[in-house]
Design a protein. Structure first.
Length: 231
């Protein structure tokens, strides 16, 4: 006689980047077992595990390898809240050297976007670039080192369209060499505008208030990016 099948609850959330509502379910035991390996994984492995768990828990309805990193982060933190606990334990480092054990509620997470942020950057009067938001793999690949070349590669990989007043050129239709030549022809000021796009892009953030029992200082800490939430 076959064992009964349990109904798994489903929930809804709204993707930060598009405002589209999606359905998801919590982790099952087999997926929670995989989640436990995150603590000892490198950045590439963390990105892979998060991407695969997000995919299966959203019923394989999203192209997770193409999702902006803020969407993946927001989905994954909500998965954790529904599957394990809404409360996350963290350690805050005080200036006096004391470590403060505290926590935050995942429901208090905010998706922050800087004022006047846009994915369209005007380089000169008639020429601009439309950027796409980087994926989780791309962001974590840059965070794992301070290599300036990786920042340049991130910019090149996330060019969506180059446009003028009369026409536009899709990056997907250009060769890598053509895109590199275009980016390397920019002035430092123009390239800084592209870097600013990434700095001001929407991100999942949590501000944590805590008082140090050793020195009495009131600490305000800011977490952003899954690499910090799981640090």
């Amino acid at each position: 006689m076959a064992l009964p099948k349990l109904n798994t609850p489903t929930y809804e959330l709204t993707l930060p980047s598009t405002g589209v509502k999606i359905r998801y379910r919590p982790f099952l035991v087999r997926e929670h077992k995989i989640l436990l390996t995150l603590a000892n994984a490198d950045n590439n492995e963390v990105a892979r595990i998060i991407r695969e768990l997000t995919d299966v828990c959203t019923f394989n309805t999203l192209k997770v390898h193409e999702l902006p990193h803020c969407d993946i982060e927001f989905i994954f933190m909500n998965l954790r809240a529904r599957s394990i606990s809404e409360t996350v334990d963290v350690v805050v480092n005080c200036e006096c050297g004391n470590k403060i054990d505290t926590n935050f509620n995942i429901n208090d997470l905010k998706v922050e976007s800087k004022p006047n942020h846009s994915n369209k950057i005007n380089l000169i009067e008639n020429i601009g670039i439309e950027m796409r938001y980087p994926t989780l793999d791309e962001v974590m690949g840059v965070f794992e080192s301070n290599d300036n070349q990786k920042i340049i590669e991130l910019v090149i990989s996330n060019v969506k369209t180059i446009y003028s007043a009369e026409e536009s050129w899709e990056a997907a239709d250009q060769t890598r060499a053509e895109l590199e030549e275009f980016i390397y022809s920019l002035t430092k000021e123009q390239f800084d505008q592209l870097e600013t796009f990434f700095v001001t892009s929407p991100k999942v953030v949590q501000v944590i208030e805590s008082d140090c029992p050793a020195c009495g200082k009131h600490n305000t800490s800011r977490l952003e990016g899954l690499q910090n939430f799981f640090a």
